[in-house]
Write a protein of this length. Structure first.
Length: 383
């Protein structure tokens, strides 16, 4: 039986002494202002999380498929009901769910089985959905692309964000056919557009029952550096496609072949405090990734500019009384493994990372902690 966390709907059920329902999934009550309930559990070693809408379920389901995780990483269902796109969908009555895979690494076939199992569990526990959309990023984008190529069945559409289409699992029994059977939407940033573009153009025609895929471009650097508004726009477009056919998709502006789906971030006023000497500023950690230890800090691009920290130059990150040489770059791979990098994220704040290492653990940082970002003095070489 799945493990459950204490959510508002569980508290309501307990208050009503509905003990006979204790073995059933948690459903959110139809009460204004109530938060989504979350059910957690495990299927064949894969750990899932299901966010249930605060009102009535509209029988639509969004399944989130995560990207590559090192074999040493924990098996966690990294669900964020508070993120804007998920929050909006939950408010509209969708169920949003995700699962870890039964193992980490470059996993494709087992991952597909785990996603299928979660979809089947939702149907058995909550009722059969009348629309299911797959959404995957990076390796998850490859996984949902392969799933979209199977005979049409339990899924109605798939969205792949910066999919790593060239990745191959050792001794894999599944692979790409380039012939999706359901609507397949690629959303790609500048550096990751080549793979989806090749997928789009390798075949000149896709006769029935194959479906011609679509591609949205995001004019931004950074792998999967796509903001919540852009995620929501992609989901809206997918729903329009399912309801009205491919002609319902937004059209590109000539001479571009693909629609530019870039939306400007709106981070709100800066919370950074500039140093009196103008050489740096104070910021705070707002979030830490539980898998990689990457952090999000509240700093914005104008804060760096005001401190004289220009793109592709080094600055001093001061945290916990220690100083870390950090590049103000564009994406993770601007530095070598184990080196520090910071870059603007799609929401207008700043990613802080020790590339492919656990930066939060290395610097002893957690959400709410203060950090200083300081320009190196003019003429001084960064160590």
């Amino acid at each position: 039986m799945p493990k459950r966390i204490v959510t508002p709907c569980l508290r309501a059920a307990l208050a009503a002494a509905a003990l006979a329902l204790a073995g059933r999934p948690c459903r959110a009550a139809d009460e204004p202002g109530q938060e989504a309930g979350v059910e957690t559990g495990q299927i064949q070693g894969a750990r899932f999380a299901i966010a249930v809408p605060p009102g009535s379920w509209n029988h639509r389901l969004l399944l989130l498929v995560h990207g590559y995780r090192p074999e040493s990483a924990p098996l966690i269902p990294d669900l964020h009901p508070e993120r804007e796109s998920n929050k909006v969908l939950l408010g509209e009555g969708w169920i949003v769910a995700t699962t870890s895979f039964r193992r980490n690494g470059l996993v494709v076939a087992d991952a597909i089985a785990d996603v299928d199992a979660l979809r089947a569990y939702v149907a058995s526990a909550y009722g059969e959905p009348n629309r299911v959309i797959l959404e995957g990023e990076s390796l998850g984008g490859l996984i949902v692309t392969i799933m979209a190529e199977r005979d049409k069945g339990p899924y109605d559409g798939a969205i792949a964000y910066d999919p790593t289409l060239s990745a191959k699992e050792s001794n894999s029994t599944v692979g790409l056919s380039l012939l999706p059977r359901i609507p397949l939407l690629f959303v790609a940033t500048r550096q990751d557009a080549a793979g989806p573009t090749s997928y789009m153009t390798t075949l000149s025609a896709r006769p029935d029952p194959a479906v011609q895929p679509a591609l949205f471009l995001i004019a931004r650097d950074g792998h999967t550096n796509i903001n919540q508004a852009e995620h929501l726009e992609a989901i809206r477009a997918m729903n329009d496609w399912i309801d009205g056919g491919a002609d319902a998709l937004p059209q590109p502006q000539p001479p571009s072949r693909y629609f530019d789906a870039t939306l400007k971030p709106l981070p709100g006023p800066s919370t950074s405090q500039m140093h009196l000497d103008g050489m740096g500023f104070e910021s705070r950690v707002s979030d830490v990734d539980r898998v990689y230890g990457n952090m999000l800090i509240e700093a914005q691009a104008p804060d760096f500019a005001a401190a004289g920290i220009t793109p592709m130059t080094y600055f001093q990150l001061v945290a916990g009384g220690k100083v870390y040489r950090t590049l103000y770059g564009r994406t993770y791979s601007d530095v070598k493994i184990g080196e520090w990098v910071a870059f603007p994220d799609a929401e207008g704040h700043t990613v802080l990372s020790r590339y492919l290492a656990d930066g939060a653990a290395a610097a002893g940082l957690k959400p709410g902690d203060a950090v200083s970002l300081v320009r190196y003095p003019a003429g001084a070489a960064a160590p």
